[in-house]
Design a protein around this ligand. Sequence first.
Ligand SMILES: Cc1cc2nc3c(=O)[nH]c(=O)nc-3n(C[C@H](O)[C@H](O)[C@H](O)COP(=O)(O)OP(=O)(O)OC[C@H]3O[C@@H](n4cnc5c(N)ncnc54)[C@H](O)[C@@H]3O)c2cc1C
Ligand code: FES
Length: 286
Amino acid sequence: MEPEVQQKNKTDLVFQPQLARIERILPQISGHRLFQLKLINEEAAEQFSHLCGQFIELTVIGVGEAPISISSPPSRPGTIEICVRKAGVVTSALFKLHPGDQVAIRGPFGNGFPLDELKGKDVMLIAGGLGLAPLRSLLLSILDDRASFKDLVLMYGSRNPNDILFKYELLGMMNRTDIKYFFSVDSDDEGIWKQYVGVVTGLFERIEVNPETTFCALCGPPIMYRFVIQELKKKKIPMDQIFVSLERMMKCGVGKCGHCTIGKYYCCTDGPVFRYSDILDIKEAV
Ligand SMILES: Cc1cc2nc3c(=O)[nH]c(=O)nc-3n(C[C@H](O)[C@H](O)[C@H](O)COP(=O)(O)OP(=O)(O)OC[C@H]3O[C@@H](n4cnc5c(N)ncnc54)[C@H](O)[C@@H]3O)c2cc1C
Ligand code: FES
């Protein structure tokens, strides 16, 4: 296809919602579901490509639009997976839909994680709660091209043992020797958890890192960032080797409405992934 036509089609995908069919809905933890979507228009489906960490604007027809991260990796094109928490108007309406029903999507939006820069490096992924949704895209991308990266560590904190997202997928990877997992739960009232009980930052005592070669990607609840970054500082990881995915209220997704500002940046176009050294001085950033 001619480059101008490709560019026009990409622009169409950003501004004009495209119909997508819900192929499957996979239950996750309480109040969360994984939706597998396929664009209906073949040309739009062919044009759609994304980077790990990017998001779409999801429309439930007749209800409204919400930004949602793409959880599937670019290395597995064709199906767009999103992991959604039932939060308000749009997500509640989405939870009433069934396989075969249609939604609409615009995007992908934002910058994503710099996968090429991570190649040849040790990579540490640190997720809290639903923050695993965008990081899963990065995790699976690295696993799909494992030889291009050095050591891989996943640290994942959940509220309790029943709140672990992608539990069976993670369990299925447990026998791999090319990834180290560290899980934490904030509390374990049922006494069933065999690993660490406490906040995710408690896991840092258990890991050794080479600060020169380690790059980190973080996504989680707002409270998590400041404490995790303190731990990364103690490990002497340079601030320009830390990437944070941030969330802000969004409307347009294309840098026009001003809803998502973080200092001089728009979260929707300059982010949602930021190199921490670029936002160090913005007090409200994390
Ligand atoms: C870049 C990005 C990626 C996201 N990825 C996901 C994802 O993968 N899965 C997922 O379930 N959700 C994700 N979200 C959050 C999701 O967009 C919001 O929860 C959204 O409000 C849901 O729409 P709704 O109409 O169901 O809820 P609404 O009716 O809009 O609101 C629900 C409640 O959440 C508040 N709220 C809305 N947006 C935000 C926000 N960004 N931060 C804090 N509070 C907010 C509202 O004020 C309201 O109290 C993402 C948000 C952003 C900006
Ligand atoms: S969502 Fe409109 S400027 Fe970012």
